[in-house]
Design a protein around this ligand. Structure first.
Ligand SMILES: *Cc1c(COP(=O)(O)O)cnc(C)c1O
Length: 374
């Protein structure tokens, strides 16, 4: 039996939406993008959403609006995808890592204040695997030191913690619609913000710094546009938006199914020696983006290989970022700098988690994991 690591949820409705868009006038940023932005804002309960080409681009743009000076520091987690610290570097900042909590893999809020210096400008919490960080506590710290918060919500569209949802307590929340994320159009992203002026600035920055979009320029009479600042080319376009706009209606149904699958995994793995997994805290509903198991670091790569031999698709999310070659060499990070992130990075294996998993496939994954770990 072969169980793919991931299968997307794109169905005939989504494909029809794309075909309709192909038959329409606008292929680039136009009415479908606007419709998606409106619907996503409504889903999140936030006033403004700006569609972009990726979460990486969104993090970069959100950081750009803050205007980092050389040497400005941005606090984030070393237990994330490289996109997070890479965006910080591209925006001219210096990533400052803070170690993570043992139980969840999310940034350890108790360690944040110690990492703050006069150069600190922003905190980027990453809601790892779909479980939200403690946003109330992070907001308190940010207010005390006058810092901005940009949430990396690549894993977390649907999460809720202490009644707080993504984007509610931050200055900007950035989402990913990459091929394996909970909502996907292959590549894509969005930035959700409270502030209208910030939303307008992000729209200008995502498209060269132009003060009118193509849709504005051509839908009525031609209007001259101006370039008001040096922008980028990160605008979401209508084919992306078409693919994703109807998936929003199904996001809760999908989350429920992933929750069911996770509960099955948790039950099956709860009493196996040498096998652990991150916990979902009380008062927290995880978006359940990834299910990862934690095994002995000495056996991790053996177990990775053995699961693949049994036809179980696997991934590693993530090896601690500070120990990757570039970060080691550029910043001099070493083993032992962030022990909890390293422990997770050396012991984690992600197993299949998506709605199209069948019950037989789930059973095969469970059986394989339990056999191989034993
Ligand atoms: C996938 C991912 C990103 C980047 O998303 P893209 O849309 O591919 O740019 C950022 N952060 C985390 C935690 C991710 O998993």
């Amino acid at each position: 039996m072969k169980v793919e690591f991931y299968k997307h949820n794109i169905d005939e409705v989504d494909i029809k939406e794309v075909v309709d868009t192909l038959h329409s006038t606008f292929l680039s940023t136009g009415p479908k993008t606007r419709l998606f932005e409106e619907k996503f804002a409504r889903y999140l309960g936030l006033p403004h959403v700006v569609g972009v080409t990726s979460c990486t681009a969104g993090l970069f743009l959100a950081l750009k609006t803050i205007g980092l000076e050389p040497g400005d520091e941005v606090i984030t987690s070393p237990m994330t995808f490289i996109a997070t610290p890479n965006a910080i570097l591209h925006a001219g900042g210096k990533p400052v890592f803070v170690d993570v909590e043992k139980k969840t893999g999310n940034i350890n809020v108790e360690l944040i204040e110690k990492a703050i210096t006069p150069k600190t400008r922003v905190i980027i919490p990453v809601h790892l695997y779909g479980q939200m960080c403690d946003m109330r506590a992070i907001r308190k710290i940010a207010d005390k030191y006058r810092l901005k918060i940009i949430e990396d919500c690549a894993h977390c569209i649907e999460g809720v913690r202490d009644q707080i949802r993504p984007g509610q307590l931050s200055d900007a929340a950035v989402f990913s619609f990459y091929a394996t994320k909970n909502l996907t159009c292959g590549e894509g992203g969005a930035i959700a913000v409270h502030d209208m002026e910030l939303a307008e600035r992000l729209k200008v920055l995502r498209l060269h710094g132009m003060n009118k979009s193509a849709a504005d320029r051509y839908t009525s009479k031609y209007q001259h546009w101006d370039m008001v600042e040096l922008g980028y080319k990160f605008n979401m376009f209508d084919l992306q938006a078409a693919l994703i706009v109807d998936q929003l209606e199904r996001v809760e149904t999908y989350r429920k199914r992933r929750e069911e699958i996770c509960r099955r995994y948790e039950e099956a793995f709860s009493n196996i020696a040498g096998l652990a997994y991150p916990i979902v805290l009380p008062h927290s509903d995880s978006a359940r983006h990834l299910f990862t198991i934690w095994v002995s670091p000495l056996k991790r790569d053996f177990i990775l290989a053995a699961l693949q031999e049994r036809g179980v698709g696997v991934a590693v999310n993530f090896r601690a970022v500070h120990l990757l070659k570039y970060y080691r060499e550029t910043f001099g990070f070493r083993e032992g700098d962030f022990p909890e992130a390293e422990r997770i990075g050396n012991s984690t294996i992600s197993i299949p988690l998506y709605c199209r998993l069948t019950d037989e496939e789930i059973s095969h994954v469970v059986r394989s994991v339990v056999d191989v770990v034993r």
